[in-house]
Every structure is written in structure tokens, then in C-alpha cells.
Design a protein around this ligand. Structure first.
Ligand SMILES: Nc1ncnc2c1ncn2[C@@H]1O[C@H](COP(=O)(O)OP(=O)(O)OP(=O)(O)O)[C@@H](O)[C@H]1O
Length: 684
């Protein structure tokens, strides 16, 4: 797939995406976490790319959100879902759900959301999710004691690209390899031609070394797991919690949590091996060698000092003379007089060394030689023996570490792919649980999104909205309750409203007209995102575009008024299948002109296949100005109770609602029984 063909992917983004292992498949998968692994890509950008890929997959060029207010409603809808996520990932992943006009995209998202709403958002699972994050790539580790060698320029370039952890060296012949073996603990030769050569040192000929990075650089795997330890443990905990909570989620996690924990237990945060007693012994022996030798010397010295102090030494005159005259060494005396004591002191020193460093028999043989010199006081170590012992212990330590690393890398290699899935599953679970919580919190239902002009899944006579199947166009919602109102959700009164064609919505002040438009917009946007909607039952046409115009703040100056008129001019000339929601357009100019303008817009829209609701206080005037029979719905006051309006929030079809002033005049007329108020009432 041409990456640049994805909507929203430019040259720069495409270049970053090409760094991914399988760019086309990753982008196509819409996996935000995987896309975000491209260099310089964050999750928000990754979500945009994923959205572009989804659009492309469904050949979906629709732009449903046609106005600022419509886009605001989408942001609010997304906000309600995002508030219910635990991880940053899930927040961004939710952004891949956008209101679409593509039937296949809506069906796909609905299938996902329907399965999600089956999930049980158990608090323990939500708690466990808090530690989960997408896996990170650790910085490249440099391994200095191992190198790759080749005589081939192409292999050289490939080796540098695939195994940046190791130096790649050029070799022409066996002599060059032997030279390398002196500077590196291990040399891996990549050319078959060198097979069978006889070179001293740890030299391997492995033409497949670039294809088996787990063996060539086990450090890479170890670093990956060390870097991601907490994320992995958290993801494993999520799966276990899901299992314990028995939430009906898939029982088998992608990677066995016990095997994962066991492997992580053997790994230190810096990618080294822990938990192996022998490796720890050898490491400590190398580190403590100098200190142990010094202590061993003191042990021997103490013994000798004690022995000398307690001993009467008889010295023959000639010896004494030679001591005085020729500066003869005390050692010879020591040797002769204290041979046994010296042996004991040496034995104690060796014993200390062997004990302190926990040396094995063959290492102890080397340790013997550290205190093997001619008698002296204070005792002196044999430096070259110490250095041999150190070399031997360090080599043992490195061999052991290399073997353990290779073993652990083999175990981790088996887990490498499964853990990607383990973490992805945990993160996706968060997305699903957010949808499940949204659906529960707001008593949602999955809406029926129909093909415009026909049945639910395509077909139907074109443009025949009121066909014989009984389907009318537009939308029908029952028991809709907006979570975006300024009252507690429990207090929100359910609204029923069905519209096909073009309507005027009248009603008392604060009756809920704007709230009804908001509710319709929210339900339509959520439905076309493929999400459940806050209502008892909803059917709607799949709208191509949603044009929602909020009430303007005060009258407009001439320029702004002209711009608004142009907007509506474009609107009435637009494509079929639009939902138009307009709140009190009359506020843009004086009432007389407004009524004429609105009437004109309604006429134009009513001749097209559009669904529209215009909220207005000028219903009567508009009806008079229009040259067709405008349908007016009304949000009615059921009465005034203690000076407060009681309202039926569901608009009544074909009913011009009385305005608040009219209601009050009516009440006064009833109270006073005739006269001025009754005459006044006549005028309404
Ligand atoms: N379905 C509902 N359930 C509970 N309260 C509601 C509902 N609809 C509206 N309200 C309350 O009524 C208030 C006024 O609603 P809204 O602004 O939609 O009325 P309006 O008819 O557009 O008013 P105006 O004529 O002044 O523009 C809201 O702020 C909300 O508190």
C-alpha cells in the first residue's frame, strides 16, 4: 500500500512509518500503539493515521461534521467516552471512532462497540489497568566484547543496519580474524568461506547470524524486557484479574503470566542476569579479590607477629655477626627459626582467601600460588598469581553470564510476540471497558442506522423515504436523555422525537428546544461513530452531513449577516442526505426579515432530501411567510405551578406551542375571568 495514499499521511509521516517493521500491515491494522512506535510519532498523530487508514479501507471520504457546532458535539461525545478510560492509549484509540457516512465503517464500529458493551467493567480490572502502557523500544545497547566480521561489503552494510549493537569489522583472511580474536572475547564471522578455519579464541562462523538476532545479540531482547518490565507485569496482572473476576472475557492470555514472571525474575533492570548463585559467586569473587587478598595477608601477618612475639630466638654469634656486617635478610632467619609457623600462616591466608571468595577447588589451586613465596614478614602476595586468579575468575563469570543470557534470551524470544499481544489486549480492553461504562452510565442502546431511503442494510427505493416497509426517513428517538445537560443525569427527563423532512420547533422559553437539538446532534454523531446512544430506542438514516448551527449571540452586523446568508445559500444547494439543525436563526437580524429568510430556507430544504429542525420563536410568522405548509412541532408547557413552568420535554408533532407570555396572559385571564386579559389573549 502506498502510505501517502492514506488521508492525512504526508511525505514526512510516511518516512517515519517506513521505519516500522511492516509499515503497510501496521497502518492497515489501525493499531494506534503499533503506529505510535514509528520515530517521532506520538499517539495523537498515530490515531490520525489510523483514522486515515480506516477511511481508506472503507473508501470513506465522508465529512459528516459540517459545522463548528457539529464538531463541538463530536468532541463532547468523545469526551464522555474518554473520561471513562484508564490509560492514555485508550483515550487516543477512541479518536479512531469518527462519525462516518460509510455503512461498512458504521457496521464495523457497531460490531466492536456491541461486543464491548457486553464487558463487565469490574473495578479490580480498572485498577489493574492503571499500570499498563504501550511497550517501548529501549535505546540501542552497545556490546563491546563481541564483533561481527565479514569480507563482503554488502554483508557489511546489512550487518551494520541489522545489528547496530555490535561493531562490524572487515576481514580479508584468517590472520585478520585471529587478530580480532585477540581484541574481542567473541568474534562472529558472517562468511561461509571462513568455515573450518583454525583460529585461537572464541570464534564462530555463522552466516545466519543476522537472521537470528536473539542468538547474536541476546542483549537486545534482554534490554527490551528489562525496559518494559513494569508494563508487562501490569498487563499480566490485568489478564489475571479479568480471569479472577470471571468477566466473560477470553480466558487465555496471549502470553502465560507465570512464564513471563519467571523470565522477568531472572533479569535485572539493566538487562543483566540475576538470581543465579554461581554467577553471583563469580561476580563477587572478581569484585572482592583485592580486598580478600589484603585481609588474607593480615591474617598471615597477625599469626606470624603473634608467633614471633611469643618465641625466644637464639641466634648464633656468627649469624648475628653476618646480620650486622652484611645486612643479611631476616627471611633466612625466619625460614630457619619459624618454618612451621610460616607454613601455618600461609595456610591460614590461603584458607581465608578460599573461604572469603568461596572458591571452587580448581580456583583454589590458583589461590594457593598467591601465597607461595619465600618467607617474608610482613607477608607479600604474588602479584602475577593474583592477576592469573582474577583473569580466571572473570573469564568464568563472563562465560556463565553469556550462557545464562543466551538461555534467558531463548525463553524470552518465545515470549516476544505474545507479549505484544498481551499488552495490546490489555489496552484494547480499556477501550472496550470505556464504551461499556459509557453505555451503562447513560442507559444506552445500540441504534438502528438505516440506509437513507430504504431498509437497514442497503436496498430500498431511492428517494422514497416513506416507502411501504413503514420506514420513514430522518430520525426517531425514544426516551433520549442527554448526558450533556446542566442537570444531574438522573434528573434528565426522557425525550421522544421523530422527524422526517423539515420541521420548525416552537416552545416556551427554557422548555428544552436547544437541549433537544443538542440531544439529536449527540445521538446522530454517536450513532454514526458506531457507538451506543443514550436513549431507549433509536432509528435513523445514515446522514451524509450534519449541519448544526448554534444560536448566534445577538444581531449581526451587515458583513457577518451576509456571510451567514451565504452559508445558508451553500447549505440549500448542497448534496442530499443532510441533517440540518438550526437554533433561533432569527437572532441574527430583526424579526420581520428573519421570518422571511427562515421561510425561504425551509422551502428550499423541503424540496430536497434533507432532514431539518429549525428552532424558532417566530413559528407563526414563518408559517405565514412560507409558500408551503410548514410543519411546526412544539414543546408545550403543561401549566404553571407556583410560578414555574411545567413542561413536556417531548415535542408534540404538528403543534404550535404557546409561548411563555401567552401562557401567562392565559393564566391571568382565567384568574380574573374576562376583561382586559381575555381581550389580550384573543390577540395570540
Ligand atoms: N430533558 C430535560 N430534562 C431535564 N431538564 C431539561 C431537559 N431539557 C432541558 N432541561 C432544562 O431546561 C433548561 C433550558 O433548556 P433549553 O436551553 O434547551 O431551553 P430552550 O427552550 O432552548 O430555551 P430558550 O427558549 O430560552 O432558548 C436546561 O438548561 C435544563 O436545565
Amino acid at each position: 500500500m502506498e502510505l501517502e495514499a492514506i488521508p492525512g499521511v504526508g511525505e514526512k509521516t510516511a518516512r517515519a512509518l517506513r521505519e516500522l517493521e511492516d509499515p503497510a500491515a501496521t497502518v492497515r491494522s489501525g493499531d494506534v500503539a503499533a503506529i505510535a512506535r514509528a520515530p517521532g510519532m506520538n499517539e495523537a498523530r498515530a490515531a490520525r493515521v489510523a483514522r486515515g487508514a480506516i477511511r481508506r479501507r472503507h473508501d470513506d471520504g465522508s465529512r459528516v461534521l459540517a459545522t463548528d457546532r457539529a464538531r463541538e458535539v463530536y468532541r463532547d461525545a468523545l469526551g464522555l467516552l474518554k473520561e471513562r478510560t484508564v490509560t492514555d492509549y485508550a483515550e487516543k484509540r477512541l479518536e479512531t471512532f469518527y462519525p462516518s457516512a460509510s455503512a461498512s465503517r458504521i457496521a464495523e464500529a457497531q460490531a466492536f462497540a456491541a461486543a464491548a458493551t457486553e464487558r463487565d467493567p469490574d473495578p479490580a480490572v480498572l485498577e489493574a489497568l492503571s499500570g499498563v502502557e504501550p511497550l517501548a523500544d529501549p535505546p540501542t545497547v552497545r556490546v563491546r566484547d563481541r564483533c561481527l566480521a565479514t569480507a563482503d561489503a554488502e554483508v557489511y552494510a546489512r550487518a551494520e543496519a541489522r545489528v547496530p549493537e555490535l561493531s562490524v569489522e572487515t576481514v580479508d583472511d584468517t590472520r585478520d580474524v585471529a587478530e580480532l580474536a585477540r581484541s574481542y572475547a567473541t568474534v562472529i564471522v558472517l562468511d561461509e568461506a571462513f568455515a573450518g578455519m583454525d583460529v585461537e579464541g572464541d570464534v564462530h562462523v555463522r552466516p545466519d547470524a543476522l537472521e537470528t538476532p536473539a542468538e547474536t545479540v541476546p542483549e537486545r531482547l534482554l534490554a527490551f524486557f528489562a525496559e518494559n518490565r513494569e508494563r508487562l507485569e501490569a498487563a499480566a496482572a490485568v489478564h489475571e484479574t479479568v480471569h479472577e473476576a470471571d468477566t466473560g472475557a477470553d480466558a487465555d492470555p496471549a502470553a502465560d503470566p507465570d512464564a513471563l514472571r519467571d523470565a522477568l525474575f531472572r533479569l535485572d533492570d539493566d538487562g543483566t542476569i540475576v538470581g543465579d548463585a554461581e554467577l553471583e559467586r563469580l561476580t563477587a569473587a572478581v569484585d572482592d579479590l583485592d580486598a580478600a587478598v589484603s585481609t588474607a595477608e593480615s591474617v598471615a601477618d597477625d599469626h606470624l607477629r603473634e608467633a614471633i612475639r611469643e618465641r625466644d630466638v637464639t641466634i648464633e654469634g656468627t649469624d648475628f655477626l653476618s646480620l650486622v656486617e652484611q645486612g643479611a635478610r631476616v627471611d633466612s632467619l625466619l625460614d630457619r627459626e619459624l618454618a612451621d609457623e610460616y607454613d601455618t600462616a600461609m595456610a591460614r591466608a590461603r584458607e581465608h582467601l578460599v573461604d572469603a571468595l568461596e572458591l571452587e577447588p580448581e580456583e583454589a589451586d590458583l589461590a594457593e600460588r598467591v601465597f607461595d613465596d619465600d618467607p617474608s614478614f610482613p607477608v607479600e602476595r604474588d602479584e602475577s598469581a593474583v592477576s592469573r586468579l582474577r583473569t580466571e575468575l572473570a573469564a568464568g563469570r563472563d562465560r556463565r553470564a553469556a550462557r545464562l543470557k543466551a538461555e534467558l534470551a531463548a525463553d524470552l524470544g518465545d515470549l516476544r510476540e505474545p507479549v505484544e499481544e498481551l499488552v495490546r489486549d490489555a489496552l484494547e480492553l480499556d477501550v472496550e471497558l470505556a464504551i461499556a461504562r459509557f453505555a451503562r452510565d447513560f442507559d444506552c442502546v445500540m441504534p438502528e442506522v438505516r440506509d437513507p431511503g430504504g431498509g437497514e442494510a442497503g436496498g430500498g427505493a431511492e428517494g422514497d423515504a416513506d416507502d411501504e416497509s413503514g420506514n420513514s426517513g430522518g430520525f426517531r428517538l425514544e426516551g433520549g436523555r442527554s448526558p450533556l445537560l446542566d442537570v444531574e443525569f438522573e434528573e434528565v427527563e426522557p425525550v421522544d422525537y421523530a422527524v422526517d423532512g423539515v420541521r420548525l420547533l416552537s416552545g416556551v422559553n427554557s422548555g428544552g428546544k436547544t437541549s433537544t437539538l443538542d440531544l439529536v446532534a449527540l445521538v446522530v454523531v454517536l450513532a454514526q461513530m458506531g457507538m451506543p446512544v443514550p436513549a431507549a430506542d433509536v432509528e435513523l438514516d445514515r446522514f451524509e452531513e450534519v449541519h448544526y448551527y448554534a444560536k448566534s449571540q445577538g444581531t449581526l452586523d451587515a458583513g457577518a449577516f451576509e456571510a451567514t446568508l451565504r452559508d445558508f445559500g451553500d447549505l440549500v444547494e448542497g448534496a442530499d442526505g443532510r441533517l440540518v439543525l438550526v437554533d433561533e436563526l432569527e437572532s441574527i437580524t430583526e424579526p420581520g426579515a428573519s421570518a422571511k429568510i427562515i421561510a425561504g430556507i425551509l422551502e428550499a430544504l423541503s424540496e430536497q432530501d434533507a432532514t431539518a429542525v429549525f428552532v424558532s420563536h417566530l413559528a407563526r410568522e414563518i408559517r405565514e411567510a412560507a409558500d408551503y405548509d410548514v410543519v411546526v412541532d412544539g414543546i408545550e408547557a403543561v401549566g404553571l405551578v407556583d410560578g414555574e413552568l411545567r413542561v413536556n420535554r417531548s415535542p408534540r408533532e404538528g403543534h404550535l406551542a404557546r409561548s411563555t407570555p401567552e401562557l401567562i396572559v392565559e393564566k391571568l385571564a382565567e384568574d380574573r375571568g374576562g376583561g382586559f386579559y381575555t381581550d389580550l389573549l384573543e390577540k395570540f
